[in-house]
Each structure stands twice: as structure tokens, then as C-alpha cells.
Write a protein that binds this ligand. Structure first.
Ligand code: CS2
Length: 489
């Protein structure tokens, strides 16, 4: 197969593949997206493609990566086109997405990104930079002021590296040029993501440019949002299968489940695309939805990921096929349910999750979810746990999940195979050797990892003693054996 997916090959694709129904030459940029990974390309870029299909041609996307050139290298030679593949059981639907007009790799040319962010036609910046992109201590929710990128951006405001440096540089320029202020829409899995982004940006501005900070405080909107769709990392097998179906090579298609939910706080003072026409929900307060999703889905995802790492179960569907895992996650959900707002239907959500986790065609790797866990666990597991502990409510299953995470940070799984989780923040820390140290000593050492546990949890006796018992159980009986014992106790 020699042809590459591109504007030229679009007309030759099979009829069954949906393609942009609009003239891409007439689309103008209205959004800059920071963090152009698979997540963005299976969410916002798809809904914006819908808007463009409906004729709202002013909302094209300029997509930037703040680190790696991989996505740009794959899709730029394809005129920034790529295939979105919806996969459920045996069925598969393919659609070529045309909403990304340009891809930028920020470290190669920071000025180009500042320029795009300063384009007066651009009104919205969306972000999926993952937890670690916010350069924050997640326990205290404050900026990592000594992070090399923050220090660099304070020193070199015209050649930024961090999201904060870029936003500040663009806001300064837009203000000087009399352009409308940007609206900043975080789509990351952080509780109250808009508020967090605002707080951190203002903290950065207080160090970099106080006056601009005051301007941002009064002029920039930071709507919160909740995004939900499972998007496994694309594999070579996916690339080959999609390319074969297209009859043209796509270097980086994205694969996702059919389910999605995108709830956004309706706070766009300078306009927004009519995403509601694609099923996106605009509400006054996102928190009830975000708590439900982050605590029920992401929290249990991290527990399943840890089990997968310890017991050698490569995908979520593999882990979900194990009865003890399903029973344990049920117990986990029962405890977490108490922390949800009564306005949302936790039971209905959980019924959907059971089916989504069982979807075998997704091949969602437990290792993918386990990556960066030290940054995820505080938000999705420890935050609701604090509420349960405060109320003295049942929290054994949630604490057990924390013990599973600790065990999954060991170098070896229970079959003697190496565990290689990507978690740079954790790797910088001097983690204890779980194979030689006593179980209680391992837990004591982990509790000194303040960026995850904060200062309060290590002081909570119920938490510490329950955690130690759970971790001992896992060390003695292996993940599934320990779960069995836990469920009987
Ligand atoms: C997952 C999420 O990798 C992870 O941490 O829990 O990416 C999850 O698949 C999405 O949030 C689902 O909406």
C-alpha cells in the first residue's frame, strides 16, 4: 500500500468511511488546543468536526504538543487528517476527521505557538495536558515553583515551555493588540479543572507579572468541564487494520469506545461553538458530574490498573473477566457512591461502566492507566477517601485500592515479571524496595511521599492501620488472593 491518507486521497476512500463534508480551505482557526494526544483527537476534535460539518467554519483547531513531535510527525504529512475508529465488540465505524488545521510542536518553535494563541480569531484554548502538565503539587494544589519549566518561563517569558508561560505571553500580546481575552477550557481529569487552572495561572502570574495577573483575574473565563470517553493508546495492529480498511496508510488513527459524555460549564463570554448539537451538555455546575466520573470511573480504573500490574493482567477486559476483581470494584463503588451528589445517578453510571470495562475489542492496557499513577491517585482516590474518613464512613475498599497501588509500584509482579510503569514524578523519589523490606516499613516509607499523600493522611490512624493490613494481605496472598480474603472479612 503506497498511498497515504491525505486531502488528495480522501475522495478515493471507501464509501463506508465518513469524511469531512466541508471545504477545509474555508475553515479558519478559532481554537488552540494544548496537548494533542489521542484523548483530544477522540473528543474535542471530533465534536468540532461535527460543528464544521454543520457550517460553523470559524472553529478550526490549531493543535499543539508541548513536548513530543510524534503526533505532528504522523499527521502533518497527511494534511493533519486522521481516522477516528469507534470500536464496540465486533463492530467498527471509521470516520476521517478534518478539524485540525495545523499541528505545532511548541519546544521547536515557541514563538509560533504564542503567535497562534494571539491570533484575534482564536477565542478559546482547550487543554488536555494530563495531570502532570499542570506542574502542581496535587496534595496542596500549589504550583511547583522550583520546577525547571517554571524557572525557565520566569527567566524567558518570550520563549515559554509551560502552559502558564504560553498563556501569559499570549495574553500580554492580545492585550497590547486590543484582541478579546481568551477563554481557557481545561478538559483534563482534575477535580474543578477550570478553578485549578485559574488558581495556578494566577500563582504563576504573581511571580511573573502581577499586573497581568490582575487583568487575568477579571477578564479571563475558566469554565470547568468533565470529559468521558475511553481512548486506549493506538497500537501497530490498529494502524494496520485501519489503513487496510481505508486502502491508504494512516500513521496515527485513534481508537475509542462509542460512549462519550462531555459536560461543560457554560461560561464563554466571547462565544463558543454549538457543541450541544453533538450531544455535549452545557450546565451551570459541572462538579456533580465530574465527581461521579473521576471517582467512579477513574478511581476504579486505577485500582484495576494496579491489579493488572501486580497479577499480570494486560488489559482492563482481562482484569474484568476475573470475578474477584468485579466483586472488589463493586465494593469500591458502594463506598464511593456516598461521596456523590444526589443530583447524579451513580447506579446508572455504574451499570454502564460494567459494560464499558468488559468491552474486549478496546484492548485498553492496564499499564497505560497505571502510568503517572502518583499524580492520579490523589485526585481520583484520595480526595473522596478524605471525605469518607472525615464522616467515619466505610472506606476499607478504597484504602485497599491504595494498598494495591503501592504494591504495583514494585519492580516485579507476582509472577516474577518486571513491572515498568511510566511515572516520572514517582521515579524521582527514592522508592523503597518492596521485595526486601517488611510490609509495614514499605507503607511507612510511602506515606512520606508528600506529593501523593499530603500531610494529613499519614496522621490518620484509621487510614494508616487499614492500609498496612491491606498491604500485608496483598504481599502475603497476591492481588486476587488478597481480594478474596478481603471480600470475606
Ligand atoms: C484513565 C482515563 O488512563 C487513565 O487514567 O482512567 O484515561 C479514562 O480512560 C478516561 O478518563 C475515560 O473517560
Amino acid at each position: 500500500m503506497t498511498d497515504r491518507l491525505s486531502a488528495a486521497t480522501l475522495p478515493r476512500l471507501p464509501q463506508s468511511v465518513a469524511t469531512p463534508a466541508y471545504d477545509r480551505q474555508k475553515v479558519t482557526p478559532g481554537i488552540v488546543h494544548l496537548g494533542v494526544g489521542a484523548f483530544h483527537r477522540a473528543h474535542q476534535a471530533v465534536f468540532i468536526d461535527d460543528c464544521l460539518n454543520r457550517g460553523e467554519t470559524q472553529w478550526g483547531i490549531v493543535a499543539a504538543s508541548l513536548r513530543s513531535p510524534d503526533t505532528r510527525d504522523a499527521i502533518e504529512p497527511q494534511d493533519n487528517l486522521y481516522t477516528f475508529c469507534l470500536r464496540d465488540g465486533e463492530s467498527e465505524r471509521l470516520r476521517v476527521i478534518g478539524s485540525i488545521l495545523e499541528t505545532i510542536v511548541a519546544p521547536e518553535d515557541p514563538e509560533r505557538l504564542v503567535e497562534r494563541l494571539s491570533d484575534p480569531r482564536v477565542l478559546i484554548v482547550t487543554l488536555t495536558v494530563t495531570e502532570k502538565g499542570y506542574l502542581t503539587n496535587l496534595a496542596s494544589r500549589s504550583l511547583l515553583r522550583d520546577h525547571p519549566d517554571i524557572l525557565h518561563d520566569l527567566e524567558h517569558p518570550d520563549r515559554p515551555r509551560s502552559i502558564f508561560g504560553f498563556i501569559l505571553a499570549a495574553t500580554r500580546r492580545r492585550r497590547a493588540e486590543g484582541s478579546l481575552p481568551l477563554t481557557l477550557l481545561s478538559c483534563d481529569n482534575l477535580p474543578a479543572n477550570g478553578h485549578v487552572l485559574r488558581k495556578l495561572l494566577l500563582e504563576f502570574a504573581s511571580l511573573a507579572d502581577k499586573e497581568l495577573g490582575t487583568f487575568i483575574e477579571t477578564n479571563i473565563a475558566f469554565p470547568c468541564s468533565m470529559v468521558d470517553r475511553i481512548v486506549p493508546a493506538t497500537t501497530d495492529k490498529d494502524r494496520d487494520a485501519v489503513s487496510a480498511a481505508l486502502g491508504a496508510r494512516d500513521a496515527w488513527p485513534v481508537v475509542a469506545e462509542p460512549y462519550f459524555r462531555f459536560v461543560i460549564e457554560d461560561n464563554f463570554p466571547h462565544g463558543r461553538p454549538a457543541l450541544e448539537k453533538s450531544g455535549v451538555e452545557f450546565v451551570g455546575n459541572v462538579e456533580p458530574y465530574e465527581h461521579m466520573k473521576l471517582r467512579m470511573l477513574n478511581g476504579s480504573h486505577s485500582a484495576i490498573a494496579a491489579i493488572g500490574q501486580i497479577a499480570g493482567l494486560p488489559t482492563v477486559a482481562d482484569a474484568w473477566a476475573e470475578t474477584p476483581v468485579r466483586d472488589f470494584i463493586d465494593a469500591y463503588w458502594r463506598e464511593i457512591d456516598r461521596t456523590l451528589d444526589p443530583a447524579v445517578d451513580g447506579a446508572e453510571f455504574v451499570a454502564g461502566l460494567r459494560e464499558r470495562f468488559a468491552n474486549p475489542s478496546l484492548q485498553h492496557k492496564t499499564m497505560q492507566i497505571a502510568s503517572d499513577a502518583s499524580q492520579k491517585v490523589p485526585l481520583r482516590i484520595l480526595a473522596p477517601l478524605r471525605e469518607l474518613l472525615e464522616e467515619k464512613a466505610e472506606s476499607r475498599a478504597v484504602i485497599f485500592a491504595v494498598a494495591l497501588w503501592i504494591r504495583s509500584c514494585a519492580d516485579m509482579d507476582e509472577k516474577g515479571q518486571p513491572i515498568t510503569i511510566l511515572d516520572p514524578a514517582f521515579k524521582e523519589w527514592d522508592a523503597p524496595d518492596q521485595l526486601t523490606m517488611s510490609p509495614d516499613a514499605v507503607v511507612d516509607r510511602f506515606l512520606t511521599f508528600g506529593r501523593t499523600f499530603g500531610e494529613d493522611l499519614p496522621e490518620n490512624e484509621t487510614f494508616v492501620s487499614t492500609l498496612k493490613a491491606a498491604y500485608r494481605n496483598i504481599r502475603e496472598n497476591g492481588a486476587l488472593g488478597a481480594i478474596g480474603k478481603f471480600l470475606k472479612s
